[in-house]
Design a protein around this ligand. Structure first.
Ligand SMILES: [Zn+2]
Length: 152
């Protein structure tokens, strides 16, 4: 898929911890830049992307609560959660459904079941760990193969 390259680059972007924001004051663009070690252009980009600035003030000031909300949202948008019948595909960089009947159990101990399957979209291999206690549940939506006949 053509969007692949773009998605890949985005996921290597830095993480910004909203807990770095202290107190109950407003910050200038350069103060925010210094706090998160990014350039002022990055902060201005955040403003374009929805970070709310204080009304009618020059220079531009951002209230810490707005900054916190913005960054928390930004962070959460990156988290991609898989449904039980999905695995995270590192080629698609998305949670993906598995390609029909392609699930194999590659490892199992008291705690962890490690499953491997092909991505329904790009057919790459994906792996995912499940808690061993989930085995019965997993069997309901995956047919599990306990061998390595996945090369065909
Ligand atoms: Zn994929």
């Amino acid at each position: 898929m053509p969007a692949n390259k773009k998605t890949k680059r985005r996921s290597f972007k830095r993480k910004f911890n909203p807990r770095l924001i202290k107190g109950n004051t407003s910050y200038s663009v350069s103060e925010i830049g210094a706090l998160f070690n990014v350039g002022e252009n990055a902060v201005r980009h955040w403003i374009k992307c929805g970070l709310k600035i204080n009304d009618g003030k020059t220079p531009v000031m951002i209230h810490c609560e707005e900054l916190r909300t913005f960054l928390t949202k930004k962070q959460n948008a990156k988290k991609k959660t898989c449904n039980q019948d999905e695995m995270f595909c590192f080629s698609c960089r998305e949670p993906r459904k598995i390609f029909e009947n392609s699930v194999i159990l590659i490892n199992q101990n008291d705690k962890v079941l490690q499953l491997k399957a092909r991505c329904q979209t790009c057919k790459s291999f994906m792996t995912r760990n499940y808690s061993s206690s989930k085995l019965a549940e997993i069997k309901q939506f995956f047919a599990l193969f306990v061998n390595y006949q996945l090369n065909t």
